[in-house]
Every structure is written in structure tokens, then in C-alpha cells.
Write a protein that binds this ligand. Structure first.
Ligand SMILES: Cc1cc2nc3c(=O)[nH]c(=O)nc-3n(C[C@H](O)[C@H](O)[C@H](O)COP(=O)(O)OP(=O)(O)OC[C@H]3O[C@@H](n4cnc5c(N)ncnc54)[C@H](O)[C@@H]3O)c2cc1C
Length: 383
């Protein structure tokens, strides 16, 4: 694995940084972090500008709105969005998960219908896997797709789906047939969220971002909406989760908050002060190790040899590390940590409070830490 960036990748980072440092974009990022209570960030305007340049889905072919560049270019964009405080959730959901799954498994018609719109930020994607009683054990899902009217009517409820109430398209897993093997008989549908029978309500959470609670009261799906093969959706889900688990966005979050803590410790002379100095150095090493694991996971996806165990290691390490950085932030900052960014007394661009609210989700989203450890144990130790 060669982690050195090419000249083109260095240039891409500089170009992205230049755009994200523009005054109007910085103002937009500040706003997103200091929203009034009971509001959540919408799709940032800068996404459209990124989309127009082909940068939002930079690793997709040009015909679908990208530039045909590498996964490394894509990772650079993710890192820079987070480093510059731009909400990255729309990018993760629409491009990294929904779009990439359509790119990998979709038919020519599905790609032409959805990808250019996602790449230009004209449509938003969401992931409809979890259900009220189904999370880690996804194959136990209760949502069914009943054959009817020349297609399927989907009935069930999906929950904790990021931005589902703002989305135009969702990847929805439903059972199309029963089998003794629970992994068989699941199908993934590309569900237009404005189809009659789909109702998506926002759920308030600890985060600024809301989840969607989606009721599926019989929207009609046809074979044109099936992603991959009927009854073989588990392969799509497995690939989708592997694609999702590079940990890139988690290592970038951990790094950003650690940088803030180190700057504060330098400013108030606490860097040399044990135990904080030692903890900061340890966490710096952990964040760097997480970056290597993430880039390894990403390289295996780029080489089309996506390794689920590599993804699980990267996801486990980066989420636990980002969580540890948030815990240290509370210890180091004391009561100041509780100041919201919109508070007059908060330091400029104060991200600590919102990150502390986000941190419990790091080790749950895209598969919990226990599930990641279990995957690593079975894949690498044969347990
Ligand atoms: C920020 C965030 C964003 C999310 N976004 C989405 C989204 O966009 N779309 C979507 O579909 N879902 C989403 N989710 C849901 C997420 O995928 C689930 O929360 C996750 O899969 C865990 O499921 P659960 O909450 O039902 O917990 P459970 O599966 O009930 O687990 C509860 C606890 O039991 C442990 N556990 C469960 N099974 C085992 C086992 N076999 N061995 C050991 N321990 C076990 C778990 O590790 C956990 O600690 C999101 C969650 C979060 C926090």
C-alpha cells in the first residue's frame, strides 16, 4: 500500500481547500454549527458548487457527474469537508453509500436516472436498513415486499435513517421470500422517497442532524427498482456496509477535535502538564494509526478487493479513538465543553459541545464496536 499522494491528488486537495476557505463557505460552515435549537443543517450551498465542478462524486465516471478520479481523491474531499466544518452527512449518504452502491450494482437505466442528480447535489440519498427491533442482526428484518400489481408492495417501518425526511431516494431492504437461511430472500430496492405510501418523519436526537422514521405503507416497486438481484440483497448489503466502513470520516473527526485540544493545551501551557500532555500524545498516535487503517480499507475498495475485516478494523479503531478524544475534551475543557457554538461566550468555531453530543453514535453507526470485534475475530482468528 503506497500512501503517498500523487501530484494530481495534492493539487485536488489544494483546489478543494481554496474553495472551502472562501468567505461565503466559511460563513455557511459557521452557521451550520451554531443553529438555533430545534433546527438542523440542510444541504449546504457549497455542495452545488462542488457538484458543478465534478468534485462531489470525483471518483465516479464523467458520464455520471464525476471526474473519473481515484478513491483517494474522494477521501481527500471527505477529510477536507470535515476539517473545514462543512456538514458531511449528505456526502456520506448520497455519494459514498447510496450512489456508490448504485454505481456498483445498478443497471444502466438506474445509473442514468440517479447518479447525475446525486453527483450534482440535486437529489439526496438515505439508507433504509434499521428497524425498530432490528439493528445489528439486519437479516432478521421484518419489512416485507409482497408480490402485487405486477411488482411488490413494501410494508414495514425503518428507523434511525439519517436525513430520510429530506431524501429523494433510499436504499431499502425488504424480505421478498422466506427461507430457512435468514440471509436468503432479502431484496434491496431503490426507493424514490416521494412515492405514494412512503411517509418520512424526522426524529429529534442528541445530534444536530435528525434521523428519519419511515413508514412504508405499500409503495409499489417494480423490477426496475431492484438493486442487484431479487432475493440476493444480502450481497448488496454486505458490500454496502463494507464500502461504508472505511472510517475515513471518523478519523477526520477525531483529528479535527484533537487539533483543537492540542491548540488549547498549547495556549494555556498544559501540553507539558501530565496527565493531559501524555493523553494527547497517545491519542495523536491513535489518530495517526486510524488514518493508516482507513486508507488501507479504502485502498482495498479501490482495488475492488474490498476486505470486510479491514473495514471492521478501521471502523472499530477510528470510532473508539474519536470517542476517546471527545471524552478527553470533556475532562480538559470542564464546563466550557458544554457551551454551544451559538453561545456568546463560546470560543470562535467551537465544535467541542456538538462533537460530544455526536460521540456516542460513533461506535454504533454502520455497525457497533462489538459487531466489528466479532467480525475481526471470525475473519482473522477463525473464532
Ligand atoms: C449516528 C447514527 C446514524 C445511523 N444512521 C443510520 C442510517 O442512515 N440508516 C440505518 O438504517 N441505520 C442507521 N443507524 C442505525 C445503526 O445502524 C444501528 O443503531 C446499529 O446497527 C445498532 O443497532 P441497534 O441500535 O438496533 O442496536 P442492537 O443491535 O440492538 O445492539 C444493542 C447492543 O447489543 C450489542 N450486540 C448486538 N448483537 C450482538 C452480538 N451478536 N454480539 C455482541 N454484541 C451484540 C450491540 O453491540 C449493542 O451494544 C444509525 C445509528 C446511529 C447511531
Amino acid at each position: 500500500m503506497d500512501l503517498r499522494l500523487t501530484d494530481d491528488q495534492h493539487q485536488f486537495r489544494r483546489d478543494v481547500c481554496e474553495l472551502l476557505c472562501e468567505e461565503s463557505v466559511r460563513a455557511e460552515a459557521s452557521c451550520a454549527f451554531s443553529l438555533a435549537p430545534d433546527t438542523e443543517p440542510g444541504l449546504p450551498d457549497v455542495y452545488q458548487r462542488l457538484g458543478e465542478r465534478g468534485w462531489l462524486a470525483v471518483n465516479w465516471p464523467a458520464e455520471y457527474g464525476g471526474l473519473g478520479k481515484s478513491m483517494t481523491h474522494k477521501a481527500i474531499l471527505t477529510e477536507e469537508l470535515i476539517a473545514h466544518g462543512i456538514p458531511d452527512i449528505f456526502h456520506t449518504l448520497s455519494i459514498d453509500i447510496v450512489g456508490l452502491a448504485i454505481l456498483v450494482f445498478g443497471t444502466a437505466e438506474q445509473k442514468a436516472r440517479w447518479l447525475p442528480r446525486l453527483a450534482r447535489a440535486q437529489s439526496v440519498g438515505c439508507v433504509l436498513l434499521s428497524e425498530p427491533a432490528v439493528g445489528s442482526d439486519l437479516a432478521a428484518l421484518g419489512t416485507v415486499a409482497e408480490p402485487q400489481d405486477g411488482g411488490w408492495r413494501i410494508r414495514g417501518r425503518k428507523i434511525y435513517s439519517g436525513k430520510a425526511h429530506m431524501a429523494d431516494v433510499g436504499l431499502c431492504a425488504a424480505r421478498t421470500s422466506t427461507s430457512d437461511v435468514k440471509y436468503h430472500g432479502i431484496t434491496v430496492f431503490i426507493l424514490p422517497m416521494h412515492t405514494p405510501g412512503v411517509v418520512a418523519e424526522p426524529i429529534p436526537t442528541l445530534l444536530d442532524e435528525r434521523f428519519g422514521d419511515v413508514t412504508l405503507a405499500g409503495p409499489l416497486m417494480t423490477t426496475a427498482d431492484v438493486l442487484g438481484e431479487v432475493d440476493r440483497g444480502w450481497e448488496v448489503i454486505g458490500r454496502l456496509l463494507t464500502i461504508e466502513r472505511t472510517g475515513i470520516e471518523l478519523e477526520a473527526r477525531g483529528r479535527r477535535m484533537l487539533k483543537t485540544l492540542i491548540e488549547r493545551a498549547c495556549a494555556d501551557g498544559r501540553l507539558a502538564d501530565s496527565p493531559y500532555g501524555e493523553r494527547l500524545v497517545e491519542l495523536d498516535a491513535q489518530v495517526r494509526a486510524g488514518r493508516l487503517l482507513s486508507w488501507r480499507a479504502l485502498s482495498s475498495i479501490a482495488a475492488e478487493s474490498a476486505d470486510a475485516a479491514h473495514g471492521a478494523m478501521a471502523k472499530w479503531h477510528t470510532s473508539e479513538t474519536a470517542h476517546d478524544v471527545a471524552t478527553l475534551a470533556v475532562e480538559m475543557c470542564g464546563l466550557v465543553a458544554a457551551l454551544a457554538a451559538r453561545d456568546d461566550d463560546a470560543p470562535p468555531d467551537w465544535l467541542i459541545e456538538s462533537t460530544i453530543r455526536e460521540a456516542p453514535g460513533y461506535t454504533l453507526q454502520s455497525g457497533t464496536s462489538e459487531m466489528m470485534l466479532s467480525m475481526i475475530a471470525s475473519a482473522t482468528l477463525g473464532l
